[in-house]
Ligand binder design. Sequence first.
Ligand code: AHR
Length: 511
Amino acid sequence: MKKMNVIQSFLVVLLILFTFPGISQNSVIIHADKPGSKIDKAIYGQFAEHLGHCIYGGIYVGEKSDIPNTKGFRLDVVGALKELKVPLVRWPGGCFADTYHWKDGIGPKADRPSIINVHWGGVTEDNSFGTHEFLDFCELIGADAYVCLNVGSGTVQEAAQWMEYVTSSNDSPMTKLRKQNGREKPWNVKYWAAGNETWGCGGNMRPEYYADLYNQYSSFMRAPGIYKIASGANVEDYKWTDVLMKQSAKMMNGISLHYYTIPGTWENKHSATQFDENEWFTTLQKTLKMEELVSRHSEIMDKYDPSKKVGLLVDEWGNWFDVEPGTNPGFLFQQNTLRDALVAGINLNIFNNHADRVRMSNIAQMINVLQSVILTKDKEMVLTPTYYVFKMYNVHQDATMLPLEIKCSKYTSGSASINAINASASMKEGVVSITLCNLDPVNAQNVSFEIQGQKSAQVTGKIVTADKMNAYNDFGKKEEVSIAEFMGANLNKGKIEATLPAKSVVLIQIR
Ligand code: AHR
């Protein structure tokens, strides 16, 4: 962006004040002089479960499909995910993981048994997408793999053999079997979890019982350089984290946390696209709870692991709404609006800001399920507002987190109020990247920035926004939400100011 002279700057300010009469003045100090931890790229991870049309139809259509594919993987989806720089994919569940027996999904496809997906719609699936397909898919899109082992209905032996099958280069029965099935070299899979939601669909266990079981599994989870993950707490179950850390911290590299934003109740979650400003507010307010959850679970972890060796991994998060009318209730298919873009932006900012403890997150889910980055219908594909936020935010992957001090106005609804601005910042290759969400759907926010410890010569920006709170991208229609150049930031005599439009997610980069 070119530098402006004094008169031009004055005119811009007048224009802003005229255009946005309710504009507020806010300030952000960015501490480039006090760099924090590395933002692990795994924070930008995704979750792909055997659920609805996430795997079958979304990722995999089979080689005989008339949807363009390579080895059965949709070409349009593979292209979009490569473009997104997805660092990591979690598979096969979710609740599905604790019903999954991996040997059903290897070998000639015609010989693989069909199974009933008991958690998700009771549908029969033919196991044509198994271990080889998942790991080949990860290689295709350039992502690391994260495999969740079956603890709920599996055995330690089954889990140990799966790991041997995938990772071993030694002469062994499982290595031999893998080679017979066409894969000579082992795969390099770093992330392995022992079970999913073991407090719920993964076995309804008490934390004390699961901690013992985790230690047993962990003892037999063997492969060079692996990262072992314990099934962690549901929302604010702080006791779960406490017990697991007390009994098992030495046996794990990470522990998970699950939290979904549900604007209504579990029974009536409310529509993904039909909502008013009250519900916009409630959704964002509930999303901000992630800050409290991450802080409080981290505090407990600090007690047992002050040097922060164990990562807090938010391996399921996102909006959970009612399914789209007329779709299978067990398939969790929902549309994705500008509101989802804000929810993604806020959560990712929170994770960036806690990069000292949060080392991974996985949005639920990648395709066609809950807050997806991609939707598909037969041959068509839609990139959601959430996709575009991830794309804009990928500048933070493996960058150094920079602490922020934010002074901002409140966004108020009735007697409740939340901060109008949510942000995080990082530095990579001399470039400072700040991602900001303006939660207020009516008022723009004027922000002045001060970067301590770094000179500013140029400022550029990108934005995700739309005219309506519930704008979304739909099949066969022109995109309503995507990334645009952001012209609302300027640098004048070393001072950076920006006007964030109402209901927007913005990236500002300073060189
Ligand atoms: O993401 C959908 C489901 O939500 C997962 O299978 C489960 O882990 C969670 O309850």
